[in-house]
Structures are given as C-alpha cells and as structure tokens.
Ligand binder design. Structure first.
Ligand code: TYD
Length: 214
C-alpha cells in the first residue's frame, strides 16, 4: 500500500549490502535506511536469512553446525528462504516504489555456498531465475582478520563455523572476483561515519540516475 507523502521511485530500487562477516553491513544498512527516511523516501530494511521458517532453520544450522546438511541442501534452504522474501517483501516494496536496503542477498549465496564448492555460476543462475537483480551492490571490503577481530570483540560466544578464517578467506576471494556492473566497493576499514558517507554517495548515484531516466 502506498503511504501518502512518502517519496517513491517508479519500479523502486534494490540495494544489497554485502561482504564477509564483521564488515559492518548491518549497522550501515540501518543508518542508510534512517537517512533515506529522514529525506522523506519510502525506504525499507530487510535481511537474509529472514525470520521466516527457512531462515530460522538456517540460523539453527549456523549455531548447531553445518555437518547437519550438505552444501547443496544448504543452498536450497537459502533459495527457499529467498523465494519467500522476494514474494512477500521485496517485490511488493519495489512495486510501490520503495528503496529496499537488504542486509545480504543472493550475492552472499554466490560467495558463501560457492566457498563450499558449488559452482558460483550455477548459484547465480538459480537465483536470477526468480530474484530481481539489485540496482546497487555495496560490497564492504575488509581483510578477513579485521572482520573476525570485530566479531570476537563484540560477541561473548565463540566463533561458529561460518566464521572460520580459512573459510572466510575463500568467501572473500569470491566476493573480490564478482562481475556485476552494479557493484560498488566500500572501504569498510574506515570509520563508521566515513563508511556512511561512501554508502550515501553510492546510493545517491543510483537515485540520481533514476531521476534522469524517468
Ligand atoms: P548473520 O547472523 O545475519 O550474519 P551477519 O550479521 O554477518 O550478516 O548470518 C548470516 C550468515 O549466513 C553469514 O555468515 C553468511 C551466511 N549466508 C550464506 O551463507 N548464504 C546466503 O545466501 C546468505 C544470505 C547468508
């Protein structure tokens, strides 16, 4: 439903926040949505895995250990979770002209499930058969040790399997090799305010282009 007085853009805009664990995407996605809302935009914050049934199952697996499922089964769960998210949240928000900021999207599947040995080209194709391609991918670039250091500093629990250094290195290598026209790297080692500036500059680029197009 369209809320009166909110600024919208025909077709909406989809912005994915991506990167290795500890890169600071979650904080920055929240800040970006707040800034856009303050400017009067209809802006929505989403995250994957979602809080739906498949997303909850995935979070249980992350805690309990991945040996419960094989990599292909894990990929299928992320795909099922994303299908629900596209249908229930992403498409409706884009259709009403909102700016959707999503904390992880299928680019994470390419990198994380790719790092488990599944062909990244296959993962991308499976996702793009139903999931809209983002207008902007903000790739939060950070050395693995820095990301893991931030997680260790902010959590009392130990690292789970998703966060092991050798695995994160493989994930990072795939992120670094991605070929998307809409990808903008963000220096995630800068201060939070500086990172926010970089994020908003990239988002404005996408909004401005959309004004020009229409
Ligand atoms: P989460 O607790 O949300 O971590 P973060 O705050 O770093 O985003 O858990 C998300 C984890 O799920 C993260 O380690 C990456 C992983 N993941 C995948 O492996 N594939 C995917 O498609 C997505 C969306 C996430």
């Amino acid at each position: 439903m369209t809320v009166p007085n909110l600024k919208t853009i025909a077709g909406g805009r989809l912005i994915a926040f991506e990167g290795i664990d500890g890169a600071g995407k979650t904080t920055q996605a929240r800040r970006a949505v707040e800034a856009l809302q303050q400017e009067g935009y209809d802006a929505v914050l989403l995250r994957e895995p979602t809080d739906g049934p498949h997303g909850r199952r995935l979070r249980e697996i992350m805690v309990a250990g991945r040996d419960q499922v094989d990599p292909m089964e894990e990929l299928r769960l992320f795909l099922d979770d994303r299908r629900d998210d596209v249908e229930r949240n992403i498409r409706p928000a884009l259709d009403r002209g909102a700016i959707v900021c999503i904390d992880r999207y299928y680019i994470s599947s390419i990198a994380y499930q790719g790092a488990l040995g599944i062909d990244p080209v296959f993962i991308r194709r499976e996702n793009e058969s139903f999931a809209p391609v983002p207008d902007l991918i903000l790739y939060f670039r950070l050395p693995v040790q820095q990301g893991l250091g931030r997680i260790a500093a902010s959590r009392t629990t130990g690292q789970n399997l998703f966060e092991r250094a050798d695995y994160q290195e493989r994930v990072r290598a795939i992120f670094e090799s991605l070929d998307f026209d809409c990808l903008v790297p963000v220096d995630a080692s800068a201060t939070p305010d500086e990172v926010h500036e970089q994020v908003m500059r990239a988002i404005r680029g996408v909004l401005y282009r959309s004004v020009q197009k229409s």
